[in-house]
Design a protein around this ligand. Structure first.
Ligand SMILES: [Ca+2]
Length: 641
């Protein structure tokens, strides 16, 4: 029908369904656990990684840089030293020892993973602990990872948590600590022996293999060998045990602190069969990661890595004395400086207008940033006025290379910004000046060189920590909850597997069942605009137009109500641009997030209906099959321009 050209020319037509399929990469499913683990780890940041290649054979592990992140505990003639053979260097442990990730506890909803290459040359007393309690000593008795509870009650190693050990060439053992009032120290051990290879086909004691434990922080742990899924642990039911006397030594008698534990724990093999259920487990809510060894020989570790979803930016790695940093206002790097002091904090001097280079960061994984700062003008009591401390995260988008790192403040692309909202008093005696923590929302998927800019007027401010917080997956709720939802001016756009919200979530996915990232987009994307044009014989046409932000939808449509009758018109075709008369319009007229148009027209409306109200709203179906509606718009032919 040629008259349709009065409204638009199809400049470039896209199919939503095709776009949806094309956007779906080859990701994990039940038969591709290796890909699944690689996918999970790719979503995380490496918190710590060490391979001993720069160390000299024979060096005590405690004297290597590995000890920067891990505490090395030796007992009973234990040794831990760097060994070397033709394959490279690694750590060799003998007798009794334990290795704990320093000062790091993983709490509820915090995902983390720990991975290492290991070789265990005998029926192993080698243990990887996760979700052990943060308290390792109680009642003055050392309760360490490598020894029994000292009561003769036979709890084996450790006092809490879950441990994995290589049991023989073909089997691993997964053990869950539990509370037992009848045992010494109330600790018992519950063991599941899992056959992870057909009998006689494994080489776990003969060769190095890569062991990885991924804990989603939300009730599920997956254990892998060489990327193959071998065990699943489910945990739930946080509780405290009244008679438990796990507590800090300092407060053991007067004021015991009871740790919180998940009590309901199940161990499943790779086939999903439950091999162990525990109803009174000591699996810590605030858990930590450790290795323990009990009277071992021929025990080797290499490539020990810890992954987390939150990224703590290492200030010791940032540039010093202005190198690579920006002077925002004047370009004068001689007086306006930010630098890293004592490798531990960033120092902004001589009032604002400078930015610290934080390195290349992909913000698509994060949705908040926390900045810990204090006033660094030493000595005098004073008051910071509201507004005179002012931070922003910025890109280099406005960097002026001709003026050598100078960039105008107005041109700074702010990804997040904050300023002191109320006056703040500081006493003369304030060491570290009452450090404050601020958390800002991030609303950007920027990836590239990131700067922390200081634009305040206080002449000395120090920043001791910058943490980017990972977007947290949420449990997928009943789909009906999201149908009409708008959230702070945004509409629901779908569930996704990745924090960047690029890969649609499929309920059949196995790596984190029920958990997905939720994407919202500007509600204006799904709003409706209407245009009028001439039909034949004095009649009029109306074209309704809406937009989508991506091709990640199954369809888009309009619900149109006239005279009490409602019709639904849907399409999978969207357009990069539309023609309105002689003018080409772009999707950005709806929202900066809009990328494609969808349209539907009512043709040949007679003059008798020119004042009839037409109520319309747009909707889309997310890749997960949820239909979401935008806001209503009511028009009449006479009411349109
Ligand atoms: Ca190595």
């Amino acid at each position: 029908m040629t008259h349709r050209k009065r409204f638009f020319i199809r400049i470039v037509c896209w199919m939503l369904a095709i776009g949806f399929a094309a956007a779906l990469p080859a990701v994990a499913n039940d038969s591709e656990e290796s890909d699944s683990l690689a996918y999970l780890l790719a979503q995380m940041s490496v918190l710590s990684a060490y391979d001993f290649e720069t160390d000299t054979a024979g060096t005590a592990v405690a004297d290597t840089d590995f000890a920067a992140d891990w505490s090395i505990l030796l007992a009973g003639g234990g040794t831990a030293a760097v060994a070397e053979d033709t394959a490279g260097k690694y750590a060799k442990f003998d007798k009794y020892s334990a290795v704990e990730l320093k000062n790091m506890y993983f709490g509820p909803s915090e995902s983390y993973a720990v991975s290492y290459r290991g070789k265990f040359g005998e029926k192993g007393h080698n243990y990887l602990f996760v979700r052990g309690t943060q308290v390792l000593k109680r009642n003055g008795t050392v309760m360490n990872w490598y020894e029994s509870d000292g009561s003769g009650a036979g709890s084996g190693v450790g006092g809490s948590g879950i441990y994995f050990r290589v049991y023989n060439d073909d089997q691993i053992q997964v053990s869950v600590k539990s509370y037992d009032a009848n045992k010494g120290k109330h600790v018992a051990t519950n063991e599941a022996l899992l056959s992870v290879y057909p009998e006689g086909e494994g080489t776990l004691t003969a060769d190095f293999h890569t062991y990885t434990c991924y804990d989603n922080g939300n009730g599920t742990i997956w254990f892998y060998i060489d990327g193959e899924h071998k065990a699943t642990i489910l945990y739930s039911g946080a509780t405290t045990y009244a008679a438990d006397n796990y507590e800090t030594v300092a407060t053991a008698t007067a004021n015991p602190i009871h740790a919180s534990y998940y009590k309901d724990v199940a161990v499943l093999n790779a086939a999903g069969e439950t091999k162990l259920s525990v109803e009174n487990a000591l699996v810590a809510v605030e858990g930590r990661v450790a290795f323990g060894h009990r009277n071992v020989t021929n025990t080797y570790y290499d490539e020990i890595k810890v992954y987390t979803k939150d990224l703590k930016i290492d200030l010791s790695g940032t540039s010093k004395y202005g190198t690579g940093n920006l002077s925002l206002l004047t370009g004068d790097e001689s007086t306006k400086r930010c630098f890293v002091g004592m490798d531990t904090f960033a120092y902004f001097r001589n009032s604002g207008g400078m930015a610290l280079n934080l390195g290349t960061i992909d913000l698509s994984k994060y949705d908040r940033v926390t900045i810990t700062w204090w006033d660094a003008a030493c000595g005098n009591a004073r008051t910071l006025a509201a507004g005179n401390v002012n931070f922003a995260l910025t890109t280099t988008g406005a960097l002026d290379t001709t003026t050598n790192k100078q960039v105008e403040q107005a041109g700074v692309n702010k990804l997040a910004s904050w300023s002191l909202s109320a006056a703040k008093s500081i006493s003369a005696k304030d060491d570290f000046r009452s450090a404050e923590t601020i958390t800002l929302p991030l609303n950007s998927s920027y990836s590239g060189n990131l700067y922390l800019a200081y634009m305040g007027t206080t002449n000395a401010v120090a920043v001791s920590q910058i943490t980017l917080h990972a977007k947290a997956p949420v449990k997928v709720p009943e789909t009906s909850l999201w149908k009409d939802i708008s959230y702070r001016g945004n509409v629901f756009s779908g569930y996704f597997k990745d924090a960047a919200c690029a890969i649609p979530y499929d309920a059949g996915d196995s790596e984190d069942p029920g958990a997905a990232y939720v994407k919202f987009v500007d509600a204006n994307v799904l709003s409706v605009k209407a245009q009028k044009s001439d039909g034949t014989d004095g009649k009029k046409n109306i074209r309704f137009v809406t937009t989508v932000d991506s091709l990640n939808y199954k369809k888009v449509g309009f619900e149109i109500t006239v005279g009490g009758k409602t019709i639904f018109k849907e399409t999978t075709k969207v357009y990069e641009a539309l023609q309105a008369g002689t003018q080409q319009i772009e999707p950005g007229v709806f929202s900066s997030q809009s990328c494609y148009f969808a349209a539907y027209s009512l043709w040949e409306i007679p003059e008798s209906a020119f004042d009839t109200e037409i109520k319309v709203r747009a909707y889309w179906e997310t890749p997960n099959g949820i239909v979401v509606y935008g806001a209503y718009k009511t028009v009449t032919v006479n009411g349109l321009e």
